[in-house]
Design a protein around this ligand. Structure first.
Ligand code: AMP
Length: 397
């Protein structure tokens, strides 16, 4: 069943019900213990506010860091409860445990429209093992389960998937948005459909390439993975990053693209550097003329123009992975040129999470994109066409 067909919080009556909501509150902290970037908490607010406004008794849960299955207050969610209390303008009560007496008694005493947060679900090793007994215990706190943690939806854990066996299970607004935008683009894209894939390695993106090659009109390749394709085409690549064991695979992909009539674009020129450093000497050279001892760290200016042209008339753009080492100014031009083209295209633009999202945000293009996924691994698996356990477990409409 398609991910687009899952029930949402609006499809179920939550008034007066205890609702267990799996969020992604895995936020970073400053050295003084304060939250350094509350973005993930803010992203969960629409779902929480909706449930509270409908008179639900809201029991929030999440993981934080890697406490390795043990209670470790370094990974306590207490600072998140404090942040939420301020953001919601009402107290979010903090339980001292996950499925123990504190969580149970707080949950039992919740009134309609009140919220609480249980401790880090990864304080129990059963969480990541998707242990049925632990899932049952979590489920026993509530009457309805809502998954709104897209960032962990590719994990079959107790709080992301297992618990859905025991309760009516629906998605929150965040997951609904992710699946409707990304799922919509994959199932019924506005054409032309252009995919832009970059980043370090072919091996990380092979699943995405294989899935998208059947759907897109144009596939644009940039970043370090381009050099494995160059090698497949018989170019010399100097010291550029290359996965020798993926050269045959690159050949197969090139052949498949040709057979399917996909417009498969590789860089025609590159910015090469004399070493892997932000302040390395650099020059722009044609792609079949990378000098010995130099390495490609960005697409070149000719390529940037060709790629911008290919993106111009797009109906849908899916982008995962920078065109070069965009963390360094001298090698960020290609990524900036492509981001500008995507922003100006008027296309539905979808950016994969993780490094791609970080690059787009750092370069200042975040508000120009239709959708930046909140999940790194999860968005990659979604674009690979895989079924995400945290979404598959939810009830169909
Ligand atoms: P990914 O996580 O696969 O999207 O890869 C992102 C990383 O790829 C970034 O940290 C970039 O610095 C790196 N990257 C992009 N282009 C190159 C390149 N030509 N050589 C080495 N690393 C690259």
């Amino acid at each position: 069943m398609s991910a687009l067909n899952k029930k949402t919080i609006e499809d179920i009556d939550v008034a007066g019900k205890k609702v267990l909501v799996r969020c992604d509150f895995n936020v970073p902290f400053n050295a003084d213990g304060s939250i350094s970037d509350p973005k993930r908490i803010k992203e969960a607010l629409p779902t929480i506010k909706y449930l509270l406004s409908k008179g639900a008794k809201v029991i929030l849960c999440s993981h934080l860091g890697r406490p390795k299955g043990e209670f470790n207050m370094k990974y306590s969610l207490a600072p998140v409860a404090e942040y939420l209390s301020k953001a919601l303008g009402q107290e979010v009560k903090m339980a001292k445990d996950v499925i123990g007496d504190s969580a149970k008694s707080l949950a039992a005493s919740l009134k309609d429209g009140e919220a609480m947060l249980i401790e880090n679900v990864r304080f129990h090793k059963e969480e990541e093992k998707n242990d049925p007994e632990f899932s049952k215990q979590l489920a026993s706190l509530a009457e309805i389960y809502v998954n709104d943690a897209f960032g962990t939806a590719h994990r079959a854990h107790a709080s992301t998937a297992g618990v859905a066996q025991y309760l009516p299970a629906v998605c929150g607004y965040l997951i609904q948005k992710e699946i409707s935008i990304m799922g919509g683009a994959l199932e019924n894209p506005k054409r032309p459909f252009v995919a832009i894939l970059g980043g370090a390695k072919v091996s990380d993106k092979i699943g995405v390439i294989n899935n998208l090659i059947d759907k897109v009109d144009t596939l644009i390749i940039g970043g370090g993975m381009a050099y494995t394709f160059y090698k497949a085409k018989g170019h010399t690549i100097g010291n550029s990053i290359c996965e020798d064991d993926k050269v045959e695979l690159a050949k197969e992909i090139l052949a498949k693209a040709q057979a399917k009539g996909v417009n498969f674009l590789l860089p025609v020129d590159n910015r090469v550097a004399d070493n892997y450093a932000a302040d390395a000497n650099y020059k722009d050279v044609p792609s079949d003329d990378i000098p010995d001892g130099w390495m490609g760290l960005d697409i070149g200016p000719e390529t940037a123009k060709i790629y911008a042209d290919a993106i111009k008339g797009a109906g849908t753009v899916v982008w995962n992975g920078p065109m070069g080492v965009s963390e360094w100014d001298n090698f960020a031009k290609g990524t900036i040129a492509v981001a500008t083209a995507v922003a100006d295209s008027g296309a539905i633009s979808i950016i994969g999470g993780g490094d791609s999202a970080a690059a787009i945000e750092k370069l200042g293009f975040a508000d120009k994109m239709t959708h930046i996924s909140t999940g790194g691994g999860a968005s990659l698996e979604f674009l690979e066409g895989l079924e995400l356990p945290g979404i598959a477990a939810l009830n169909d409409k």
